[in-house]
Design a protein around this ligand. Structure first.
Ligand SMILES: [Zn+2]
Length: 309
C-alpha cells in the first residue's frame, strides 16, 4: 500500500469520497497518514480538467476595472494602507495585515485564476502586484504592471518578490514540496509566503466523507499543522504564525452533502446559497461555532505564514 506523500509513514485508513461540488458523484479513494494525519487522494484522476468546467467559480469571477491612485493619494500611500489595516477597511487586506505588507512591495498571487484579487489590491493602492496560473489559456495584461502569467513557478524571476500568496490553491497541487521549493526561489531574503488551505479539524471528525472541504477529487491533500511544518522545513521556510479562518460554511456545506445535495445546482449551474436551506438562527450558530473552533485551532481552514530562511 501507498505511504504518506508528506512524511512517508503508512496510511492508517482508506475511505471513499464522492465528487459532490458539481454533483458527478463519482468516487475516489483517500487515505489518512498515521503519523502526520494528512488526508490524501490515493491516485490522481486521469482527466482532472473535467472537474474544473467553465462554470467552476474561479473562472467566472468578475474582475474590477484597474484604477491607478491619483498622485496625492500615492504620496501618502504608506499612511493610507496603515490606516486601512488599523480600521479593517478591506477584506482583501486581512491576510496581509499581520505582516504589515507595504504598498510598494512586490506581491505575487499564485494560482490566481483571472487575477481578481491582484486587481482589487491594485485598486486599494498596492502598486506592484502580479499573478501566475498555469491553467489559464494565456497571459493577461491589465495595464499599469498588473499581469497574470500563464506559467509554471519555475519560469518566473528568482529572488524577485517580497510576498507570495496561495489562497486555497496549495491543496490542489500534486507535488506540494516541489511547489514550496519553487516558491522559496522566487522570494527575496526575508520574504514571506502566505498559504491559506483547508485543514483537518473538527468538521472532518463530525462529517467524515461528507465534509465539504474534502472536495474530491480536486483536493489532493488536506494538510495538518504537522504536515505543513514538515514541508516548510524541507523547503527552507520557518512558520511564523498560523491563524485559523474557518467559517460557518464548514457546517452548512457539509450538511448539504449529508442530504446528498450537490453544491452546484445541476440545471442552472448556480452555486447553492446557505439562506435557501437554513434559517438565520442556524447560520448564526454555525458562524459562532466556527469562531470558537478557530480560537482553539480546530477550525477547518487556516492561514500559514512562512518566512524564507
Ligand atoms: Zn504523513
Amino acid at each position: 500500500m501507498k505511504n504518506c506523500e508528506v512524511c512517508a509513514a503508512g496510511l492508517s485508513e482508506i475511505f471513499t469520497v464522492k465528487e459532490m461540488m458539481l454533483g458527478f458523484r463519482d468516487e475516489f479513494e483517500y487515505g489518512i497518514c498515521q503519523s502526520c494525519s494528512t488526508i490524501q487522494i490515493l491516485a490522481l484522476p486521469d482527466a482532472i480538467t473535467d472537474y474544473y468546467p467553465p462554470y467552476y467559480y474561479s473562472f467566472t469571477e468578475v474582475i474590477p476595472k484597474i484604477k491607478p491612485l491619483p498622485l496625492m493619494k500615492r504620496l501618502v500611500n504608506d499612511f493610507r494602507i496603515k490606516k486601512r489595516y488599523r480600521k479593517n477597511e478591506n477584506d482583501q487586506l486581512k491576510w496581509l495585515k499581520p505582516l504589515g505588507v507595504r504598498p510598494s512591495q512586490k506581491i505575487l498571487d499564485i494560482g490566481c485564476g483571472n487575477g481578481k484579487l491582484i486587481c482589487e489590491l491594485f485598486n486599494i493602492g498596492f502598486q506592484k502586484v502580479q499573478g501566475v496560473d498555469k491553467f489559464i489559456s494565456k497571459d493577461i495584461d491589465y495595464g499599469h504592471g498588473v499581469k497574470v502569467f500563464q506559467k509554471d513557478l519555475s519560469e518566473l524571476k528568482k529572488g524577485h518578490y517580497d510576498l507570495l500568496m496561495m489562497h486555497h490553491v496549495f491543496e490542489h497541487m500534486s507535488e506540494p514540496l516541489e511547489e514550496l521549493k519553487k516558491s522559496h526561489a522566487l522570494l527575496k531574503k526575508d520574504g514571506y509566503l502566505i498559504v491559506r488551505i483547508p485543514v483537518v479539524g473538527k468538521a472532518w471528525e463530525i462529517y467524515r466523507d461528507q465534509w465539504i472541504q474534502l472536495d474530491a477529487p480536486r483536493h489532493f491533500f488536506i494538510h495538518t499543522e504537522e504536515s505543513i511544518a514538515i514541508l516548510a522545513e524541507q523547503s527552507g521556510f520557518s512558520i511564523t504564525d498560523v491563524i485559523y479562518d474557518s467559517s460557518g460554511f464548514q457546517f452548512w456545506g457539509s450538511e448539504l452533502y449529508k442530504r446528498d445535495i450537490s453544491f452546484v445546482e445541476a440545471e442552472t449551474k448556480a452555486y447553492r446559497r446557505a439562506v435557501d436551506f437554513f434559517s438565520e438562527e442556524v447560520l448564526a450558530e454555525y458562524e459562532h461555532e466556527a469562531r470558537r473552533l478557530n480560537d482553539s485551532h480546530q477550525g477547518d481552514q487556516a492561514v500559514f505564514y512562512l518566512k524564507k530562511i
